[in-house]
Design a protein. Structure first.
Length: 158
């Protein structure tokens, strides 16, 4: 069952760089009471922490941990975080991330629920769903473009 709507008290921004800065700026513009913010960083990637001004900065041992769902679930539990904003990219498209955050840590993920992500995370499944809903879509290529060009291709001088 998807998480219920509830106030967000502690928000983890699970991204970096400009994305994290923009999310933090948006949170700073919310009316009071604003959620307490947590940002992730590494030794070589911390500019967003100084520019975005999160309430807490959580150091990762490597950049790979930004995508390590096991590690992120543990951080959420340890810091009693009740919502994660994944920004955009891999985590924001991951049904497994969204589901595990809720089921293992009781944490909401800002964005579509895992049921939606399971249907739209794969582009072919998303296209099929769009067609079933009557949304016009472009026809897919049945064969690779190079297959319709006779071989060998000779290039003249110009």
């Amino acid at each position: 069952m998807p998480p219920p709507q509830r106030p967000i008290n502690n928000l983890l921004i699970a991204n970096r760089g400009e994305i994290a800065i923009r999310i933090l700026q948006a949170v700073h513009e919310l009316p009071d009471p604003q959620p307490t913010t947590y940002a992730l960083y590494t030794d070589t990637d911390s500019t967003h922490v100084s520019l975005g001004r999160p309430d807490h900065a959580l150091k990762l041992s490597s950049a790979a941990q930004y995508m390590d769902i096991d590690h992120l679930v543990e951080l959420v539990k340890e810091h009693k975080i009740d919502a994660v904003h994944p920004g955009y990219g891999f985590l924001s498209e991951s049904a497994a991330f969204s589901r595990r955050m809720w089921e293992e840590a009781g944490c909401m993920v800002v964005g579509p629920g895992w049921e939606v992500l399971e249907q739209t995370g794969d582009k072919l499944r998303a296209k099929q769903l769009a067609m079933e809903c009557g949304v016009p879509v472009l026809k897919a290529m049945v064969q690779r473009p190079g297959m319709s060009v006779p071989w060998p291709i000779l290039r003249g001088r110009w």
